[in-house]
Design a protein around this ligand. Structure first.
Ligand SMILES: [Zn+2]
Length: 290
């Protein structure tokens, strides 16, 4: 049984690089049945930015890639912009804590302005390093995390979280931080979610599940909103570090084989959740190809 012809097939979090496979990866995504992807920015240079101008170049690269993907691969790409949370640690090493926090904060503000101008759909990845940080850096890390939520709140856009793997207690801590900054939990997305926590433990935070076979079968019957993602890195030096970009369409095709009811469950990650969290509705143009 093929996928319903009007069903978009969406990778909710991936990266592409001008030095990697780039648009060709998006073509493979499309050939596998993909129609839309959320393109998160990343560092394209060997070391993280230490100036605001470098972040501006980075965001320009991401949005240009999104346009190229649309034009040359026929895949709609939603850009997601923010300074990567781990950058802060490098910036503290390079600049000292004060200037590093200042730069990171300014880069979050810049991303916020680009989202306001419609050049991206969400602030991400924001949060904190996925590994423990030295005691004397915790305050700086928490400060920029809080600032990120404030920017997304003021812009009125979703925030895509990069954090350590979260269990029920972890979701509770993040939810408390969001409540403290008056950021709506319904627009808070945990990217790269792979732990098995019951839906009620999410505190209203939206999970973007890593599209591994066993995770997809575990979450397919759960209530929305939720997403599927690969976190494809497009880094030729790290092949297989994350899932391949063709994974979400392949999983969708496998789900469709289970029958109409299962295929329709995919409307949660590919349609209704995107509409709920991002306020946009991905559409498949008739004969848009799959
Ligand atoms: Zn990512």
């Amino acid at each position: 049984m093929p996928l319903p012809s009007d069903l978009p097939v969406v990778d909710h979090h991936c990266h592409l690089s001008p030095d990697g496979e780039g648009v060709a990866a998006a073509r493979r995504f499309r050939a596998a049945g993909g129609t839309h992807l959320f393109l998160a920015t990343q560092n394209y240079d060997p070391s993280p930015p230490t100036t605001l101008a470098a972040y501006e170049r980075q965001f320009t690269t991401t949005t240009a890639l999104a346009e190229a993907v649309e034009r040359d691969a026929g895949v709609h790409a939603y850009p997601v912009l923010a300074p990567y949370p781990v950058d802060l640690l490098h910036q503290i090493d390079a600049l000292g804590t004060g200037p590093a926090v200042e730069l990171h904060t300014a880069a979050l503000d810049l991303a916020g302005r680009w989202i306001e101008e419609g050049r991206a759909v969400a602030l991400g990845e924001v949060g904190r390093p996925h590994f423990p940080v030295a005691e004397d850096r915790v305050e700086a890390v928490d400060g920029v995390f809080r600032h990120a939520l404030e920017v997304a709140r003021d812009v009125g856009c979703p925030a895509v979280l990069h954090t350590e793997d979260l269990d029920a207690a972890g979701f509770q801590r993040i939810a408390a931080l969001a409540v403290e900054t008056q950021f709506p939990l319904s627009r808070l997305v945990k990217h790269y979610h792979r732990t098995d926590v019951p839906p009620e433990a999410l505190q209203g935070i939206v999970p973007s599940h890593l599209a591994r076979r066993e995770i997809v079968s575990r979450v397919l019957g759960t209530p929305g909103p939720w997403f599927l993602e690969t976190d494809f890195l497009d880094d030729p030096k790290r092949p297989g570090a994350v899932l391949d970009i063709a994974t979400v369409p392949r999983r969708a095709a496998a789900v469709a084989l289970l029958g109409v009811e299962a295929a329709n469950r995919l409307r949660i990650p590919f349609e209704s959740s995107i509409e709920k969290v991002y306020g946009v509705r991905p559409r498949v143009v008739p004969d848009g190809g799959r």
